[in-house]
Design a binder for this molecule. Structure first.
Ligand SMILES: [Zn+2]
Ligand SMILES: [Zn+2]
Length: 221
């Protein structure tokens, strides 16, 4: 059985996230995913909480989604906060110094704060491109562009749901051809480009539900 991880999930420790750590664990078990990377906006508070809880049947990968001057970057396998507002190159260097890998989050997405896919980003030190993000809109054209770019520049590819509510967790995930995998195995597979990005877009009703829930509830854990 391939190993499936949602590489981009927000918890209620993100200002715009409503998923509690308990919701996240329950949802991963319900849908049969092997794990998820916790990538809250500019904080690792949720990561610290999650790593203290014991859920040995699931792989919880610590991470962050850092807001750089040039867009959002996922820092995966880090337990050190990366300050927001850094120059993108410095943010990537700090992620590497912290032992992690840096992934361009939802590149080229018109309604999001993101890096644009052009040759200038190749020398920044990025380790991978998130070619499938369930919040992409329009979904298929953005996947097409991202994959084309990744293939052209031989960049490893990942997928994640970018969930802010429990119901959308696992809509996209990264597949690794191992029965079992540790965090180091996942990082190694991404670095070597041995991953298969997979997933679908967030259905319109769940996009509306996220906006509705966020306006009705403040994000508290
Ligand atoms: Zn983002
Ligand atoms: Zn995100």
């Amino acid at each position: 059985m391939p190993f499936k991880i949602d590489m981009h999930v927000h918890t209620c420790y993100s200002k715009d996230g409503l998923t509690t750590p308990r919701d996240l664990i329950n949802q991963l078990r319900k849908i049969g995913l092997n794990g998820a990377a916790i990538t809250d906006h500019d904080t690792i508070e949720g990561v610290e909480k999650m790593l203290k809880s014991h859920n040995d049947d699931l792989l919880i990968i610590p991470g962050i989604e850092t807001s750089t001057k040039s867009g959002h970057i996922l820092g995966i396998n880090i337990t050190t906060p990366i300050p927001k507002g850094l120059d993108i190159k410095e943010a990537i260097e700090r992620i590497h110094d912290a032992g992690g890998i840096a992934i361009a989050a939802h590149p080229q997405a018109p309604f999001k704060d993101c890096v644009k896919l052009n040759s200038k980003i190749i020398d920044l030190g990025l380790d991978a491109i998130e070619v499938v993000n369930s919040s992409f809109f329009p979904f298929l054209p953005l996947i097409y562009l991202s994959k084309k770019f990744a293939v052209r520049y031989r960049m490893p590819q990942t997928a994640g749901s970018d969930s802010h509510i429990p119901e959308t967790i696992g809509l996209a995930y990264t597949i690794i051809e191992n029965d079992e995998a540790s965090v180091d195995d996942v990082i190694e597979a991404i670095r070597k480009g041995l991953t298969i990005p997979f997933g679908k877009g967030i259905p319109l009703m769940l996009r509306i539900k996220k906006i509705w829930n966020l306006s009705a509830n403040s994000s508290t854990c």
